[in-house]
Design a protein around this ligand. Structure first.
Ligand SMILES: [Zn+2]
Length: 63
């Protein structure tokens, strides 16, 4: 079974609380939490921070 988001092999055992996704990142993407485009998550970055950055990026594109 592969992750429906990133197509990497996903751990579907009980240890993986993000099933059927491989990670929290992919689960969040599927839930639409992330804006389309750049949704990379680095270790210490929180989802809120990323949304904020995406927002700034969009505003720059619009201006
Ligand atoms: Zn994934």
């Amino acid at each position: 079974m592969t992750c429906p988001i990133c197509k990497k092999p996903a751990d579907l055992s009980q240890r993986n609380r993000f099933r059927p996704f491989c990670s929290e990142r992919c689960q969040m993407i599927d839930l639409g939490t992330w804006a389309s485009g750049d949704y990379k998550v680095e270790g210490s970055t929180t989802p809120a921070d990323n949304e904020h950055h995406d927002d700034l990026k969009k505003r720059r594109l619009l201006n």
